[in-house]
Ligand binder design. Structure first.
Ligand SMILES: [Cu+2]
Length: 143
């Protein structure tokens, strides 16, 4: 390996760190009472290599799980996922009726206009903490 190539390889990790590869857009949730359940919705844009969302956590709930929702006849079924794949250069929307972050055992009421911190853990990008904006109960979109 010549000297110039060696230098280029040595610089790669710092270049990779300089630019975040994951951005979170429109993070929101719905109003809910303490002790109940909530759902977090975000759009995740990945400008880097293939990545995966592995887990989520928030001080506002005892537990946060990655869920999918599918229609089975007249019944909507939720299923826990081990991870959500984020293809390179793609964007994944977590939205009502589909993928969401289930907030189980709310430790506080989620009040309209409030903000709920949520930490998302990615396989490559590491941890990212954002605030979910609380929308009225039954809202279908951030605004
Ligand atoms: Cu769910």
């Amino acid at each position: 390996m010549n000297r110039r190539l060696l230098l280029a390889v040595a610089l790669l990790p710092s270049l990779a760190m300089a630019q975040p590869t994951i951005t979170i857009e429109s993070p929101w949730t719905r109003a809910a009472g303490a002790g109940g359940q909530g759902a977090g919705f975000v759009t995740i844009r990945n400008t880097g290599a293939d990545d995966r969302l592995l887990s989520a956590s928030t001080p506002a709930a005892g537990r946060a799980e990655l869920h999918s929702m599918t229609r089975d006849g007249d019944i909507m079924r939720m299923r826990q996922l081990e991870a959500i794949a984020l293809p390179a250069g793609g964007a994944i929307s977590l939205a009502p009726g589909g993928l969401h972050i289930m907030l189980i055992g709310l430790t506080q009421p989620l009040e309209v206009g409030g903000r709920v911190p949520l930490t998302l853990v990615f396989e490559r990008a590491g941890s990212i903490t954002i605030d979910l904006a609380v929308q009225p109960a039954g809202a279908r979109a951030p605004h």
